[in-house]
Design a protein around this ligand. Structure first.
Ligand SMILES: Nc1ncnc2c1ncn2[C@@H]1O[C@H](COP(=O)(O)OP(=O)(O)O)[C@@H](O)[C@H]1O
Ligand SMILES: [Mg+2]
Length: 244
């Protein structure tokens, strides 16, 4: 999928937090990395049509995205979202968490919603957890339910914002494995992550956001092996400081 951003800027209350972001790449799997507060979530939300830029333009596969609410609502229904906290309904079991939006937002029949949800939850290794509510699931299982829900709408692009940053390390691996498997099966995604091993080895492209600017982007190997800017070099060396 071609993602083209031209001169995107975004301000909150008159303060600009994204500065002149331009990007034009074929995206199958893209990691957005960078320090906290750098604008990663804001950029992902704009790409996902959850937020309009203050100025600039965006094209997906050559189609210009209009930023009025009606057009954005339409556009959003073609995407899947996974956030840090999963955002599951606490009073619903895993199966219903996936099936409910299919019926209410996407107008699938009861049977279709049920069978599609079952199929996905089984594929993500949750066949034994269908009737469990979020409180009865581990953090990793909750995120897998959230991923199943995002995939259930058959999105053309999956957007994940730090899906593992609230998880213990063993659950982090379990969730990243799922995303890697999805990629191998052809799911396209953009992920905001602090998991550099994942960005490097499971993503084709990497974008480095620093202080609201897109300082570098390109092939994952190039970004990690030959960082060009002092900011990226420093960011990577800080991360590697305590790695084994
Ligand atoms: N809704 C908002 N209102 C005001 N400021 C915001 C809002 N969302 C983000 N910001 C500000 O924009 C900057 C970038 O934030 P964010 O995109 O969340 O960065 P990251 O995801 O890289 O940590 C931060 O300074 C943050 O405080
Ligand atoms: Mg963020």
């Amino acid at each position: 999928m071609r993602v083209k951003l031209e001169h995107l800027c975004r301000s909150f209350d008159g303060v600009e937090v994204l500065h002149d972001i331009s990007f034009d790449e074929e995206v199958a799997s893209l990691a957005i990395i960078g320090p906290s507060g750098g604008g990663k979530s804001t950029l992902l939300r704009i790409i996902g049509g959850l937020l309009a830029p203050t100025s600039g333009s965006m094209e997906i596969d050559g189609d210009p995205i209009e930023f009025d609410e009606a057009a954005l609502r339409n556009y959003r229904t073609t995407l899947g979202f996974v956030f840090q906290d999963g955002g599951l309904f606490h009073h619903l079991d895993a199966l219903e968490n996936v099936a409910l939006p299919l019926r209410t937002v996407h107008h699938l029949s009861e049977d279709e919603a049920q069978s599609r949800s079952l199929e996905l939850l089984e594929r993500l290794g949750l066949a034994d957890s269908l009737k469990k509510r979020p409180a009865q699931l581990s953090g990793g299982q909750k995120q897998r339910v959230a991923i199943a829900r995002a995939l259930a709408v058959r999105p053309r692009l999956l957007l994940l914002d730090e899906p593992t940053s609230a998880l213990d390390p063993e659950f982090t691996t379990e969730v990243l494995d799922v995303v890697r498997d999805l990629k191998d099966e052809g799911t396209r995604f953009i992920i905001v992550t602090h998991e550099m091993g994942f960005a490097r080895h499971a993503c084709d492209k990497v974008a480095f956001l620093y202080d609201g600017r897109l300082l570098e982007h390109g092939d994952a190997a190039r970004i990690f092996d030959q960082p060009q800017t002092a900011e990226l070099k420093r960011f990577l060396s800080r991360l590697l400081e305590w790695s084994i």
